[in-house]
Ligand binder design. Structure first.
Ligand code: SAM
Length: 230
């Protein structure tokens, strides 16, 4: 087995602290204006960031489902991924997380924080259903757009054109910056069309660079794509 062999795009999420490292964020960046997390899954980043006073929203294709179904799906997906985890153990570098139980505890913590906040803010528009490559937000709506563990990671089932359309859409709703992590697939290999993507963005006059981040779990998965719109 040479990759984390999951047969679906899982409804999973990470905590605020993990996002801060994954996207190399700091509080100053989050105070600059509205932030969007897309596709946010069951991440508690939005909930925790809002508690700290930051203006953060989240969207995901699954948010159209009622909270009971989301609760069920989230629980199932945590179990599903952890069943497969040992098969791909050689892909991971331990240090950021101490062991499998540590990772699982954080996924459960994120999920708990997310679901409580979702129920509390059901009608607020903070959590919106959205299916990339189309987002329900106006141009330049967010200062910063974050996208973790969706693009590039599932490059074995989402093709290059889909990735390009998604990137254009994330850039459209951003007034300043887009950050994407990771740049590798479930097999821990670098996304094969990254060169084409960088060329595509450069052809549109958009500045994009691969930036090292203070997070590594999947071996070699310590880079994000940072796109500057202006
Ligand atoms: C692994 S989760 C990532 C969660 C979170 N961003 C993180 O890094 O912890 C991937 C998410 O992508 C969502 N998704 C799959 N296809 C999508 C699409 N076309 N548009 C928006 N979200 C999508 C799934 O519902 C799932 O919640």
């Amino acid at each position: 087995m040479d990759k984390l062999d999951i047969d679906r795009i899982v409804f999973l999420g990470r905590t605020y602290a993990e996002y801060m490292d994954i996207f190399d964020l700091d509080d100053t960046l989050l105070t600059k204006g509205p932030v969007l997390d897309c596709a946010a899954g069951s991440s508690s980043f939005t909930a925790e960031a809002r508690q700290k006073g930051f203006d953060v929203s989240a969207c995901d294709v699954m948010y159209g489902q009622n909270s009971f179904d989301l609760f069920k799906k989230g629980q199932e997906d945590i179990r599903h991924v952890f069943k497969k985890f040992d098969e791909a153990a050689h892909q991971y570098k331990w240090g950021y997380y101490t062991d499998k139980e540590h990772v699982m505890g954080l996924r459960k913590k994120a999920f708990g924080g997310f679901i409580k906040d979702l129920v509390r803010n059901k009608k607020s528009g903070i959590y919106r259903e959205a299916e990339l490559p189309k987002l329900p937000y106006p141009d330049n709506a967010f200062e910063l757009v974050l996208s973790g563990h969706f693009l590039f990671l599932y490059g074995d089932r989402l093709d290059r054109d889909f990735h390009m359309k998604c990137l254009e859409e994330l850039i459209r709703v951003s007034a300043n910056e887009v950050r994407i992590f990771p740049l590798s697939g479930l097999d821990a290999k670098p996304y094969e069309h990254l060169g084409d993507i960088l060329e595509f963005l450069s052809g549109k006059g958009i500045e994009a660079e691969v930036v090292r981040v203070p997070f590594e779990f999947q071996i070699g998965g310590n880079n994000m794509l940072r796109i500057k719109k202006v």
